[in-house]
Design a binder for this molecule. Structure first.
Ligand code: DAT
Ligand code: MG
Length: 153
């Protein structure tokens, strides 16, 4: 399929604590994306530093690392046509206060420091983040879903 992409998405500790894992997964499923990787894990400080390295030095960095390491997260890889931008659109703007209704953050979150979900912001970060959280063997490669032809031509 042209434009077939994979992207890294995570339910952050606030989403897990609030019992919103199913709700979040359901939104990507219903949109038509295909799940190819999934696990629950505790993010260590070292993993957090790798994942959020681009934000090191910013005023919110320490708080971000302490938040993401504060409880389990659900790490996922979603696949589909234009999956990276599609997932970002499903998630909504970084600050939930200005996220559009209908998006995860716009419907379920209030503050930037508790914005529920992470999604890769481009092709390079998608590849980088998938490889930080998953070994190749943990991804389910090329499984066929009977509904695929009803979602994309
Ligand atoms: P996104 O998660 O939408 O890709 P980002 O990569 O710019 O946003 O920032 C990563 C996370 O850091 C974001 O989800 C929440 C936190 N963050 C970003 N900007 C912030 C700010 N100005 N104050 C507090 N937290 C912030
Ligand atoms: Mg980002």
């Amino acid at each position: 399929m042209a434009d077939l992409e994979r992207t890294f998405v995570a339910v952050k500790p606030d989403g897990v604590q609030r019992g919103l894992v199913g709700e979040v997964i359901s939104r990507f499923e219903r949109r038509g994306l295909k799940l190819v990787g999934l696990k629950l894990l505790n993010v260590t400080p070292a993993l957090a530093e790798k994942h959020y390295g681009e934000h090191k030095g910013k005023p919110f960095y320490e708080g971000l690392v302490s938040f993401i390491t504060s409880g389990p997260v659900v790490a996922m890889v979603w696949e589909g046509r234009n999956a990276i931008s599609l997932c970002r659109n499903v998630i909504g703007a970084t600050n939930p206060a200005s996220a559009a209704p209908g998006t995860i953050r716009g419907d379920l979150a209030v503050e930037i420091g508790r914005n529920l979900v992470h999604g890769s912001d481009g092709p390079e970060s998608a590849v980088r983040e998938v490889s930080i959280f998953f070994h190749d063997g943990e991804l389910v490669q090329g499984w066929k879903r009977e509904t695929d032809t009803w979602i994309c031509e």
